[in-house]
Design a protein around this ligand. Structure first.
Ligand code: ZN
Ligand code: ZN
Ligand code: ZN
Length: 332
């Protein structure tokens, strides 16, 4: 496997010659008792009953390999590198059938804590410029296997969408000396047209230009650039867990399948990083989760995803999601 960069769009693309298949396994490798089917345990938390309730292990079909160095090379105008990186799986709970939104607050908080621990650890590796955390829920979102899990990757490059966000937020800050996402959050909370849920610590809203019906962003009300720095106390993790659970339950009344992606700061201690590039990073970047539902009924594949088509106005989507009775859902 190798990674190639498109010199025009600046997209990094993982190139493989024929898709590797899942190793032939008897049963689910993420269920308790099956630990020997996975390479090793990188992180785990022991639950009340003595077994693990959250476990992190290397991906069985990794997109990236952790050993060696990146071996950047050129071919005329083109750039390529080895698929150096980390690819891990966060097994969110022992129960094969329990999706994230159905876990206890404490269990979700332990998943959040696992994210924090892995991001901090992977950012110590100066070969990596960015650590991504994401989860695909449901077949439409490409979840594979069924056992509830999130994924973490660490890469020697910053994904293109993050680069765009970094530049855009930096530009806004250089003009206004304010964080754009703080400004957006304040405006959304004041207007309450697109907010879905908020309290004194977190807010969830449907973005003004939502890409798909019921898209939501979840972020801290007060400025925080890095998720892993903002989310260190158990109280904060537990508070966020409750908030996330509620937002997911709302979403699942309209869409069962979704992508959940964390956007946090890049690794500013990475090798060869130009320090002036991140001069205002702490003030201009604001971590957030992007929650992007996948619904077959509204899928209208559009020209290479460069322009999105959304058939549900964000104001209407937010209104519908706000009305969901969470009490009823959790006590059903
Ligand atoms: Zn399982
Ligand atoms: Zn901010
Ligand atoms: Zn983002």
């Amino acid at each position: 496997m190798q990674i190639r960069k498109d010199p025009i769009s600046l997209n990094w693309v993982i190139q493989e010659d024929g898709e590797t298949t899942w190793p032939n396994l008897k049963g689910c490798p993420y269920c308790p008792g099956q630990e020997a089917l996975t390479p090793q345990t990188i992180y785990s938390h022991t639950g009340a009953l003595g077994g693990w309730d959250v476990r992190v292990t290397p991906h069985l079909r990794p997109l990236y390999r952790i050993e060696g160095d990146v071996q950047r090379s050129g071919e005329g105008v083109y750039d390529r590198m080895r698929n150096l990186g980390a690819h891990e799986v966060v097994i969110e709970n022992p129960d094969h059938r329990l999706r994230l939104s159905h876990l206890s607050d404490e269990n979700i908080a332990q998943v959040v804590r696992a994210f924090v621990s892995r991001i901090v650890d992977l950012k110590k590796d100066r070969r990596f410029r960015y650590v991504s955390v994401f989860r695909n829920q449901g077949k439409l979102a490409g979840q594979d296997p069924d056992h509830p899990h999130s994924q973490i990757t660490a890469t020697p490059f910053i994904p293109r969408r993050i680069v765009y966000e970094l530049r855009s937020l930096q530009r806004y800050f250089s003009v206004k000396e304010r964080c754009l996402i703080c400004d957006i959050a304040q405006q959304e909370i004041a207007k309450q047209e697109r907010t879905v849920e908020w309290d004194d610590e977190f807010v969830a809203y449907c973005p003004f230009a939502s890409r798909v019906p019921y898209e939501m962003w979840i972020l801290p009300v007060n400025h925080g650039c890095a998720f892993e720095e903002d989310m260190i106390t158990w109280e904060r993790q537990l508070h966020f867990a409750r908030f996330l659970k509620s937002v997911l339950l709302r979403l699942e009344t309209v869409a069962q399948d979704y992508h959940l992606v964390l956007h946090t700061t890049p690794n500013s201690t990475a090798k060869f990083e130009r320090s002036d590039l991140w001069r205002t990073l702490r003030d201009d970047f604001h971590w957030h989760f992007e929650l992007v539902p996948v619904r077959l009924s509204t899928a209208r594949s559009y020209f290479l995803k460069e322009v999105y088509y959304n058939s549900v106005l964000p104001e209407r989507a937010a209104e519908e999601l706000r009305k969901v009775n969470i009490e009823e859902l959790t006590h059903a």
